[in-house]
Design a protein around this ligand. Structure first.
Ligand code: ZN
Length: 640
């Protein structure tokens, strides 16, 4: 069960939008038509030549899943039998994922198509059946025991592809229950999803979102995606209005939203207790064997360097020409840049930007980026956001984008190609059973590409204005990823610990916990930025809190990327190889170990300090440019 749940979870993870840094990732807004070009549409024939072959495969796989049950009770009979069973399970799963990827991708380009929806739900059902049919594997391995399994491993190299899996399973033995108990827990899977399903429907569909009239007379509806667009408008009164109305709506529903989040946290705490963990955090970290010190190194280092975040707020305030900062001032671009990039320009730009990663990476990327692996432009009925699906192991990664020629799209393009390259290199260098990389390292390649992109854009800017734009763009990114996700991580831990101590989480309680953190991060008491009480309901806007300690792994991933790119840009080839080793390692070992071997100790403060150092350097550069510019008349703004 564990074996597959990890991979299935990864699949869902990859399926969500990757514009994840600041806005809710789980959005399924159907975008309106703008552009559509046939040459920019992925070729699903690489998976199946036609739907008839998909249908045929579906029946074959259903039959193969049934056959897998025959391995039950036989795993310990011999090393060869164990190898045969694990290999049958893996091959079936690998083929099932092809089926799934085909259905999933087709559906996401036409969400209203009932034939596609049906195929996706059939694939989903087969995944569930696969999980049930193989739920005996882990308890049986644990019952066989370490000694005998080590004997098997020494006896035959047919088990080589599964040694890490066996090690992982044995490591979790103290927290794995009896066969019957595991079956009961597995049966609760669906009901455990209720808090997040309710949350999704309420916030994406049923909550009446406000309409506001902006100063130019346009009416805009503040859906979550409308909010993320209009909160960044230049007119300060408008963005205050957007904030006030949007958060008022969430405030009106805070008790219901508090109950859904409390439900989720209680589920996490209950599952941890039932399995014998000391805490929900321990359970979340156990599967990938991540030391708890990692969590604290991140949170402590960020807290020790909040002055860098405060410096950014003050610097933005200077450029925005306002005399005090409010929370609604964090989003507008301080230096506008009217520039668009065609897809071909973006390809060329990223190829140049990725040069520091060396010729091997660049050649592989150049070849890959010119294949029909991407669904590039928005079209009617297509899923919003962007993602990479790397689960078609023998085929290639697929990428969904909603490219709109903005710098934002360029950066998403670079980001998603990081995921795609990670999948590609892992799939080419690891057997299927060791190809799927952990969430803990999933955002390294994507963030690394973004760092290199902005480094290149900044160094090749034609004017000071352009350079400032890129500098502030990256700085905003750092605020939204490194600081914000760490703040989320602290919040997530605080609410879990609160429930673990027997406390309850009402909407008001959550406002107060979140508000305290928000104020500390943005220096409310130090006079750096005013956090208005109305906005402390922001916790209710973040779907990631329904994903069991996901956010800290986002912050650690991006920190590792900054640390590694720092080294790649300064130390050259050795650092390059170490970085590529991480990508090639896929899921062949515990993610913390993969990184440690490449010289990145995620439990040390050094990694996180690299992010702070880069941020300070970027601010130094921005200040230098600003200091030599003649001071401009500042925009007169009203103090609310
Ligand atoms: Zn990503």
């Amino acid at each position: 069960m564990k074996y597959f749940s990890a991979l299935i979870a990864a699949l869902f993870f990859l399926s969500s939008s990757h514009a994840e840094t600041d806005s809710p990732a789980i959005e399924s807004t159907i975008t309106e038509s703008t552009v559509s070009e046939t040459s920019s549409v992925w070729d699903l024939n690489d998976l199946y030549p036609d739907t008839a072959s998909w249908d045929k495969d579906r029946n074959d796989i259903a039959a193969r899943i049934t056959t897998l049950r025959e391995c039950k009770g036989k795993l310990g009979s011999s090393a060869d039998m164990l190898a045969q069973c694990l290999s049958d399970i893996n091959n079936t799963y690998k083929d099932l994922l092809l089926l799934y990827v085909y259905a999933y991708l087709a559906r996401d380009t036409d969400l209203g198509n009932s034939e596609y929806l049906e195929r996706a739900s059939i694939a989903q059902m087969l995944l569930t059946q696969m999980g049930e049919a193989t739920s005996f594997v882990n308890p049986e391995l644990i019952a066989i025991g370490e000694e005998k399994l080590n004997g098997f491993l020494a006896h035959t190299d047919k088990l080589n592809d599964y040694d890490y899996y066996i090690k992982k399973t044995l490591h979790l033995a103290p927290f794995t229950l009896s066969n019957d108990e595991e079956r009961i827990l597995a049966a609760t899977f669906d009901t455990m999803q209720t808090p997040s399903s309710v949350y999704d429907v309420l916030t994406n569909a049923e909550m009446p979102m406000p309409t506001v009239t902006l100063s130019d007379g346009t009416d805009v509806v503040l859906t979550p995606s409308g909010y993320s667009q209009y909160r960044a408008v230049d007119n300060r009164d408008d963005r205050k209005l957007v904030f006030d109305q949007f958060w008022e709506t969430y405030q009106n529903y805070r008790q219901t939203l508090g109950l859904t989040l409390e439900g989720q946290v209680k589920n996490d705490v209950l599952m941890a207790r039932l399995r014998g963990y000391d805490s929900a955090l321990q359970r979340a970290q156990a599967e990938d064997n991540i030391p708890e010190a990692v969590y604290h190194a991140l949170v402590d280092t960020v807290n020790e360097h909040l002055d860098s975040l405060h410096r950014l707020v003050t610097l933005r305030q200077r450029v925005l020409g306002i005399d005090e900062s409010h929370y609604y001032d964090i989003y507008p671009a301080v230096i506008p840049l009217e520039r668009t990039y065609t897809l071909e320009e973006t390809k060329a730009l990223t190829i140049s930007a990725f040069q520091p990663l060396g010729p091997n990476y660049v050649n592989t990327f150049t070849e890959a980026v010119n294949q029909n692996w991407m669904h590039v432009y928005p079209s009617p009925g297509k899923r919003s956001g962007a993602y990479v699906m790397g689960a078609a192991y023998d085929v290639h990664p697929y990428m969904l984008l909603n490219y709109d020629n903005t710098l934002e799209s360029v950066s998403t393009f670079a980001h998603e190609w990081g995921h795609a390259m990670h999948s590609l290199l892992a799939n080419r260098n690891q057997p299927f059973s060791k190809s799927d990389y952990a969430t803990f390292i999933a955002e390294i390649a994507s963030t690394a590409n973004e760092v290199l992109l902005f480094e290149y854009l900044k160094n090749n800017a034609k004017t000071d204005e352009e350079r400032l734009h890129f500098l502030f763009k990256e700085l905003s990114q750092l605020r939204a990823t490194f600081f914000r996700q760490t703040q989320f991580a602290e919040f997530e831990l605080a609410i879990h610990e609160h429930v673990e101590r027997g406390g309850a989480l009402s909407g008001d309680k959550l406002n107060s916990i979140y508000g305290d953190l928000l104020k500390r991060y943005f220096g409310h008491d130090l006079g750096v930025m005013t956090i208005d009480e109305a906005y402390t309901v922001e916790w209710a806007y973040v779907p990631h809190f329904y994903r069991n300690f996901y956010v800290y792994q986002y912050a650690t991933s991006i920190s590792a990327a900054y640390y590694l790119m720092d080294r790649v840009l300064n130390d050259g080839e050795e650092a390059q190889q170490q970085y590529l080793d991480i990508l090639r390692a896929g899921g062949s070992d515990y993610p913390y170990e993969i990184l440690r071997r490449a010289g990145v100790d995620m439990a040390s403060h050094e990694v996180y300090l690299a992010v702070i150092r880069r941020m300070n350097r970027l601010m130094d550069e921005a200040e230098q440019i600003l200091d030599k510019q003649p001071s401009k008349p500042v925009e007169v703004t009203k103090t609310p």
